[in-house]
Ligand binder design. Structure first.
Ligand code: 4NP
Length: 142
């Protein structure tokens, strides 16, 4: 199972989601990307890395990249952090592709780059990652 987590900048929420999921499901193929390109090549934002480190999650080796249309074919599941991300991702769907684009949580994950609540975002992301793993473990053809 190959999963890509997607947010806007790929320096806060989606790298945190990738790191949280990797800790509980190291056997999966995981990646993250941003719908925007401003931070391509950058490591995760310092305060996000610090919050993750405090939860035992090391994000230091990740580097931002932009989500692209061929990710629809490269992954089995695309997980967006909020509804705007989901809509922006859908704009790039290749004709005939049926890869699901799901939301990380039942509500949008607030962007800590703006709210500054990095710990709260991480708590929400870790809980959502646990739910996601339980869900895909129940789904055949994993
Ligand atoms: P993220 O947060 O989508 O959780 O990575 C953001 C980080 C940077 C920007 C936007 C969102 N930015 O516009 O620079």
């Amino acid at each position: 199972m190959r999963i890509v987590f997607v947010c806007l900048g790929n320096i806060c929420r989606s790298p945190a989601a990738e790191g949280a999921m990797r800790r509980i499901a190291p056997e999966l193929t995981l990646d993250s990307a941003g719908t925007g390109g401003w931070h391509v090549g950058d490591p995760p934002y310092g305060p996000m890395q610090a919050a993750a480190r405090a939860h035992g999650i090391d994000l230091s080796n990740l580097r931002a990249r932009q989500f692209r249309a061929d990710d629809f074919d490269a992954f089995d599941l695309i997980v967006a952090m909020d509804r705007q991300n989901q809509a922006d991702i859908e704009q790039l769907r290749p004709a005939g592709n049926t890869t699901p684009v799901k939301l990380m949580a039942q509500t949008d994950v607030p962007d800590p780059y703006y709210t500054r609540d990095f710990d709260g975002a991480l708590d929400m992301i870790e809980a959502a990652a646990t739910r996601l793993l339980a869900h895909i473990s129940r789904t055949p053809d994993r």
